[in-house]
Design a protein around this ligand. Structure first.
Ligand code: API
Length: 280
């Protein structure tokens, strides 16, 4: 049976979204994620996100990377899930709740012409215990710990936003060879569940530029949870203010980690591209 899908993206971080409100998944999501994500033989995406009914929230999401592995959370994805449940009338409200691998998150929607365009997400507090991130690097959390990867020593900070992130502040993100170092960084022995790897450059205390190598998907144009991790690492290392704009290859995100050290807030766009049917 054909599976209806919708392609959406947040700043070019694109996923195939399949709603399970009105159809059932024919089988295991991991091979489906691999097949759909293929940019030559499939639909083409950074992964697959399932939108399902929840007993605790307006909807529940599960995200699968392009290699079929499951991630606990996706910041750009959760904004698109909120847009989908609003725009499709599953929850036509300007505040929706989505159950994710890191609990139920609350999202505030900016609506124009009946459609959600921008979304502010309460991403919950960062996870800073090294054993929970998880990483073997010292510190809770590790900040600017020198780690050798790809033949160079990088000062790495590790933060989890439900999923694990490593951040290295460098002088020039544009010239950094992330494509070549990414595969080794993702699988570095300091990160037992692999890691989403980011390089970030401080432009001024309220503005950073960053690039991402995602666990399970490689280079992506943006990473919402990663931008939150950069914000937290910037604050904890004394480099940035608690409110920043992050410039990612696909566009800008606004991040805020208020002084109570509780939730990180992320604001950015959610965009629908097209819908179709995947042959069953
Ligand atoms: N792009 C996502 C993160 C996906 C993380 C995934 N690659 C993982 O395995 O944790 C974001 O916007 O937050």
């Amino acid at each position: 049976m054909a599976l209806r899908f919708t392609k959406m993206h947040g700043l070019g971080n694109d996923y195939v979204y399949v709603s399970l409100f009105d159809q059932a998944l024919p089988g295991d999501p991991s091979p489906l994620a691999r097949a759909m994500s293929d940019r030559h033989f499939g639909i083409g995406s950074d992964g697959l996100i399932l939108i399902a009914p929840s007993e605790r929230a307006d909807a529940r999401m599960r995200m699968f990377n392009a290699d079929g592995s499951e991630g606990e959370m996706c910041g750009n994805g959760v904004r698109c899930v909120a847009k989908f449940v609003h725009d499709r009338g599953i929850a036509r409200k300007d505040r929706v709740t989505i159950e994710t691998g890191r609990g139920v998150l609350t999202l505030d929607l900016e609506i124009r012409g009946g459609k959600a365009e921008r979304v502010r997400v309460d991403m919950g507090p960062p996870i800073l215990q090294s054993s929970d991130i998880p990483t073997t690097l010292p510190g809770d959390p590790p900040i600017d710990v020198p780690v050798e990867v790809g033949g160079r020593v990088l000062p790495q900070s590790a933060v989890s936003m439900g999923n694990p992130h490593a951040v290295a502040f460098v002088d020039d993100v544009a010239g950094f060879p992330l494509e070549t170092i990414g595969p080794e960084w993702e699988r570095h022995s300091a990160f037992p569940r692999r890691v989403n790897a980011h390089v970030a450059q401080v432009i001024r205390r309220g503005e950073v530029r960053m690039r991402t190598w995602e666990r399970g998907s490689g280079i992506t144009l943006a990473c919402g949870t990663g931008a939150c991790a950069v914000c937290v690492a910037g604050v904890l290392s004394g480099r940035t203010e608690r409110r920043i704009v992050a410039h990612l290859p696909g566009g800008d995100l606004e991040l805020e980690w208020p002084a109570d050290d509780a939730s990180v807030f992320m604001t950015g766009p959610a965009t629908e591209v097209f819908s179709g049917e995947w042959p069953g």
